[in-house]
Design a protein around this ligand. Structure first.
Ligand code: ADP
Ligand code: MG
Length: 308
């Protein structure tokens, strides 16, 4: 920013600008916000405050007008405010309402960690969730979870396993729950499970499995989206999913699921058969026990909401 007091001195020393300076200062001194501020704080201000704080008054008025006209002060997103300092006036720069709103929004978004999820989940809101009869049960269960969790975040709360066909709004509902929790100050992690499985396989070569697994395992609230959408190798099933669920069960950490499969189908048609074709009913059973401990099944029916 230009040094305003220096500028003013220069202005004053040049005779022909003296008149301009007077005019500018007269305007600044007469500014309603300035006069109101001086009046309110009269008791704290020096007698000769006008003369000694002239450059600050000028700075305040010009910078404020810049913001009013849609421009920026030297610090984008901040606006000037008059304050009293040592019995004189000074200008403090505070975030504008728009900046505060943006910061709050960013804070919210940081509370929803999304891994390989579509971008539009940011906009999912419980208020916009169509609560026709088909979806009522899921919506009620979701709001019940939120209430219970927020009342006692450190106790065990069974989350939901949303099952139902493609496009009924399972992912939308999970995202809406995460966004509501974020608005209330709680963090969650949403992970598109098939993509995460691929990421984990790629991480083997880079020795990155442990860290990636840890982050998911320990998320305060985890939402595993689209489990069962892709064939799972025995390694992903037992050493990734199994490990995550085991930990979360022990620690009683809320864990949601969404799937095109019902729980029964997931067990018998998906988890049981490894990609190599081996039939492993016991392993499937063990995994399902953990899933059932963590979440209760809600079947979502209804029309495909995806734009055709
Ligand atoms: P699923 O995960 O069950 O396959 P999605 O949650 O991806 O379905 O929903 C499909 C599409 O419909 C998405 O574009 C989503 O934004 C939209 N959608 C789903 N449910 C609703 C809803 N209740 N209200 C508004 N839009 C919805
Ligand atoms: Mg989905």
């Amino acid at each position: 920013m230009e040094d305003i007091s220096k500028t003013m001195q220069e202005m004053m020393s040049k005779r022909h600008l003296n008149h301009n300076y007077r005019q500018l200062m007269d305007q600044a001194f007469a500014d309603p916000e300035v006069t109101a501020f001086i009046q309110t704080n009269q008791a704290d201000l020096a007698e000769d405050v006008l003369a000694r704080s002239a450059s600050k008054i000028y700075e305040f008025v010009t910078e404020r007008d810049k913001v009013r006209q849609g421009g920026q002060t030297f610090a984008a997103g901040y606006e000037p405010r008059l304050i009293v300092a040592n019995h004189l006036l000074d200008v403090a720069y505070v975030p504008t309402a728009a900046t505060m709103e943006k910061q709050a929004q960013q804070q919210l978004q940081r509370r929803v960690r999304a891994i390989a999820m579509p971008k539009d989940i940011r906009n999912a809101e419980l208020d916009n969730f169509d609560n026709d009869n088909d979806r009522m049960e899921a919506l009620m269960a979701a709001t019940e979870f939120i209430d219970n969790y927020e009342n006692s975040p450190h106790h065990r709360h069974q989350a939901l396993y949303l099952s139902g066909s493609f496009g009924v709004g399972k992912t939308y509902l999970l995202a809406a729950v995460a966004n509501q929790l974020a608005a209330d100050g709680f963090s969650s992690t949403l992970v598109h499970f098939p993509s995460f499985a691929v990421e984990m396989k790629n991480a083997i070569a880079k020795n990155g499995v442990g860290d990636k697994l840890d982050a998911i395992k320990k998320a305060p609230i985890l939402m595993i989206d689209d489990i069962g959408a892709d064939a799972m190798s025995a390694w992903v099933r037992d050493d990734v999913l199994g490990v995550i669920l085991e930990y979360r069960m022990q620690e009683e950490l809320p864990t949601f699921f969404s799937s095109n499969f019902s729980m029964a189908q997931l067990e018998n048609e998906h988890l049981r058969i490894s990609t190599r074709g081996d039939d492993e009913p016991l392993k499937a059973q063990r995994l399902m026990q953990r899933i059932r401990f963590l979440a209760r099944e809600i079947v979502m029916v209804g029309a495909n909401r995806r734009p055709q």
